[in-house]
Design a protein around this ligand. Sequence first.
Ligand SMILES: Nc1ncnc2c1ncn2[C@@H]1O[C@H](COP(=O)(O)OP(=O)(O)OP(=O)(O)O)[C@@H](O)[C@H]1O
Ligand SMILES: [Mg+2]
Length: 251
Amino acid sequence: MRVTDLSVRYRTTAEKVPTLKSALVRLGRRERAVRVVEALKGVSFEVPQGAVLGVIGANGAGKSTLLRTIAGILPPDTGRVEVRGKVTTLLALGVGFNGNLSGRENVVLGGMAAGLDRADIEARYDEITAFADLGDFLDLPMKTYSSGMYGRLAFAVAVHLDPGILLIDEALSTGDAAFRKKSEAKMRELCAEARTILLVSHGLATVRQLATDCLWLHRGTVMGHGDPTSTIRDYTRFVDVGEDAVALDSV
Ligand SMILES: Nc1ncnc2c1ncn2[C@@H]1O[C@H](COP(=O)(O)OP(=O)(O)OP(=O)(O)O)[C@@H](O)[C@H]1O
Ligand SMILES: [Mg+2]
């Protein structure tokens, strides 16, 4: 997968006069100015097939924007993304799931959203539900799930859809220790089959364990790209949290 000179801007409206007093005076009068946020500025990098790219960086660095653009959900302003194979996304937790439907129904829904037909979904159904391991909750509406349960089902669906490229945004961090272990094993399995994985995470220990390459973004630009250990070291030095923060998230 290759990303070349990728730039993404968000256009939003902001209050023209941001003081509280004037906001009260102008309440409802809708005097707004357009504000442009440059979320990605000329980002280029390459990921070899079968690699796990850990994407790290501070809040607002552009990590989720990058994943959305690669997934084709967000059109870039400049640059391009070249991918080989099917892209399966696991962006925020359970994109495409419907909270009023049961877990079982959402497995079918998620499969269809990924372009599978009924026979395909039925063939994988047992494997998906066994992997998610949600017990009786599978029959309950998803709005009754904890965020970890939600993430488990989302992960289970995504990894069983034959992804050529798997995009994961923080989903692993919500699972408990047992599920995390299982999902890490699954990711290694997918890598062994030469699937490419992009893993966005603030869990630096997870990135160090799983990733083969690491990309560090800061305010929309690439600050570092290389082997996980040295990139994470540069990043933790830059934000001044110290190497301890890397060890902390694994407990
Ligand atoms: N829909 C949007 N409209 C306007 N600005 C946005 C939108 N989504 C993100 N941004 C802005 O784009 C920049 C990058 O955001 P992004 O969500 O990609 O960061 P991130 O690295 O995923 O952060 P986090 O670690 O908090 O998840 C931020 O400045 C953010 O405020
Ligand atoms: Mg994000």
